[in-house]
Ligand binder design. Sequence first.
Ligand code: A3P
Length: 287
Amino acid sequence: MSVKKPSYYNHNGFLMPMGFPIEGFTSALKYEAQSSDIFLVTYPKCGTTWTQYILWLMQHQGEPLSSSEKLETYIPHIEEVGKETIENLPKPRVIKTHLPYQLTPYHPQAKYIYVARNPFDCAVSFYHHTRGFIKHYDFADGTFDDFFECFIIGEVDFGDYFDHLVPWYEHKNDKNVLFFTYETMKTDLKSIIIKIAKFLGDNYIKCIENEKILNKIIINSSLENMKKEQQRWSSKRPENMPSFVRKGEIGDWKNYFSSEQQQRLTEKFMMKTSGTNLETLWLHQAS
Ligand code: A3P
């Protein structure tokens, strides 16, 4: 079977989107994490932008971004912009990254928020993302079957899904790590916002103790609102491509996976997570 592959920037074996300047990546690795930093860490397509916006709303009493502002200006993606842009942010800095655990800039007092999503929906979302960003991947006419073959062997940008998830999961009980899932955000967003506030401390707790502000955060970060406002924080896509905030559902994978693909990803899941109890994470939500 011949498989169409997306194009990537291969940086010493680590694949990156072609639109990201490679200097950004090398410079990101050299960033010296500060004790006041808050890192938002995800594998691509696992709820980054949603959490990013929630963090922003929590810092702004639930008020939405104005039409002249971009989320990425306030919470930049370190591998894209490089360390100088991050160093120019006022402290405390909030930094988005898709870097795996061993490459993420570390400070024992910095805080790390990790959002995980089940690999099946992640693969489907990643497929649409890869198809849609033509300048990054040159994959507009790639099929899900093509993309699946790359995803299952980890030949996608930011590497293998499991190599990202498992090491972070092993640190989920560290004092400076908050680990939760996209699926819990979908089913109980309020509890996640409260957890984030408790993790980040007094200013955030004060903000959400006000019921009105808490509700504003929930409403402004809803799928419907983010669909409307997404043009502000994501690059425009061609008309015929799915938008960045796409379906936002649990279980869309069932519309894409063949039973053979389901079996292969399940087998890989079992193999890569053996000895952890990761298999229980999505037991009730994603099947
Ligand atoms: P789908 O492609 O499955 O719809 P990331 O920001 O990490 O790239 O993740 C993108 C995924 O998060 C997309 O998933 C997108 O639709 C979903 N998403 C973004 N905002 C959301 C929201 N407010 N509620 C639910 N899902 C959201």
